[in-house]
Write a protein that binds this ligand. Structure first.
Ligand code: FES
Ligand SMILES: [Fe+2]
Length: 365
């Protein structure tokens, strides 16, 4: 672990929304926060890797990252789901470079093979190595949990269960069930801003009239509501326009942000998840996974593509403004700002969780 960045006690103090300042610009722009965010936040967070619908059969595996570590989740011959670092114990090669299915996991570097329970089985041309016992070189496990069909891993094996973080969401969105959704497609975006800039932006509807004027016609901006809970915040608004691609007028659009970097965008028959992965201190990668109730028919696929195209347009508007904001935060002009009490309570909530995580890393409480 590198030196901690310089953080004052005053900066860690959590003030009520009405009186609070935003977090200092250095927290978005100083390269030292890259390691500090990993240490204080991501090493203890649940990371969504995908959906259970892609792990239905023995041998199915999907890959992803957790706090920057390559990981994989695999369904064993015994039907049990397990999660491991996607890192070979020989010299660090990958077991999988894409999602797949197999009877064993074979390293892509020199071909060591592991059973689906992680135990090392085959080590070609390795008989002359002394004091070597395969039992000592199994894959290293990471914590695994499933919530409503979404599969999560955590490199902190003592983390509280994932359901603690999502408490209340399944009841609130019922009768919509996320576990029944089918995975359709992933779209990947590279964004030139710190991951917290992207999350801040997601958490408020204040920018809608300026950044996404068309979205304002679709949603009822006057009835836009934001609520905050322990580990997540919730924005919703009734769908206004008749028969648009998002659903029928009067139905609800639900936007959940779950600490620290995961979003659930739920419409009557679709789920879109966003995962925000830091990529250095001033860049992030955002993964959009699209799920629908139905993906087989030609009509369903056309509808999905129209949905994805529309989301892409909104996302490009968000990316453009976030990249400008990163430049603004890096400028001489800016250190801290203030919050709209009406619209930015979820940004304040997120920034308070950041402060709590930093405080815990620095002081142990
Ligand atoms: S690194 Fe995996 S077999 Fe060599
Ligand atoms: Fe936006």
């Amino acid at each position: 672990m590198n030196e901690h960045p310089h953080i004052t006690d005053a900066d860690l103090e959590i003030q009520p929304l009405e009186r609070s300042e935003t977090i200092p610009s250095a927290w978005y722009t100083d390269p030292a926060f890259r390691d500090f965010d990993k240490h204080s936040i991501f090493n203890h967070a649940w990371h969504n890797i995908g959906h259970i619908s892609r792990l239905m059969n023995a041998g199915n595996y999907i890959i992803g990252t957790a706090a920057g570590n390559p990981v994989l989740v695999v369904r064993g011959q015994d039907e049990t789901l397990r999660a491991f670092y996607n890192v070979c114990r020989h010299r660090g090669g990958p077991l999988a470079m894409e999602d797949g299915c197999g009877k064993v996991l074979q390293c892509k570097y020199h071909g060591w093979t592991y059973l689906l329970d992680g135990s090392l089985r085959g080590t070609p041309k390795f008989d002359r190595t002394e004091l070597f016992d395969k039992k000592d070189y199994g894959l290293i496990p990471v914590a695994l949990d499933v919530w409503e069909g979404l599969v999560f891993v955590n490199v902190d094996v003592n983390a509280p269960p994932v359901s603690d973080f999502f408490k209340g969401i399944a009841d609130r969105i019922a009768p919509i069930s996320l576990s029944k959704k089918k995975f359709y497609k992933r779209v990947t975006y590279n964004v030139h801003c710190n991951w917290k800039v992207y999350v801040d932006n997601y958490l408020e509807g204040y920018h809608l009239p300026f950044v996404h004027p068309e979205l304002c016609n679709l949603l009822d901006f006057q009835q836009y509501v934001t609520e905050t809970y322990d580990w997540y915040s919730f924005q919703y608004s009734p769908i206004q326009q008749e028969q648009n691609i998002y659903g029928d007028a009067g139905e609800m659009a639900y936007y959940y942000f779950v600490w620290p970097n995961f979003m659930l965008n739920i419409l009557p028959d679709r789920l879109q998840t966003n995962l925000v992965l830091p990529d250095g201190h001033d860049k992030c990668i955002v993964l959009f996974d699209y799920y629908y109730d139905e993906i087989e028919s030609e009509a369903a696929r056309r509808r999905a593509e129209a949905d994805i195209e529309y989301s892409h347009k909104i996302q490009m508007e968000d990316i453009e403004i976030c990249e400008h904001v990163q430049n603004g935060l890096q400028s001489n002009a800016y250190d801290k700002g203030r919050f709209s009490v009406e619209f930015e309570n979820a940004v304040h909530h997120f920034q308070s969780l950041v402060k709590r995580a930093y405080r815990k890393a620095l002081t142990g409480r």
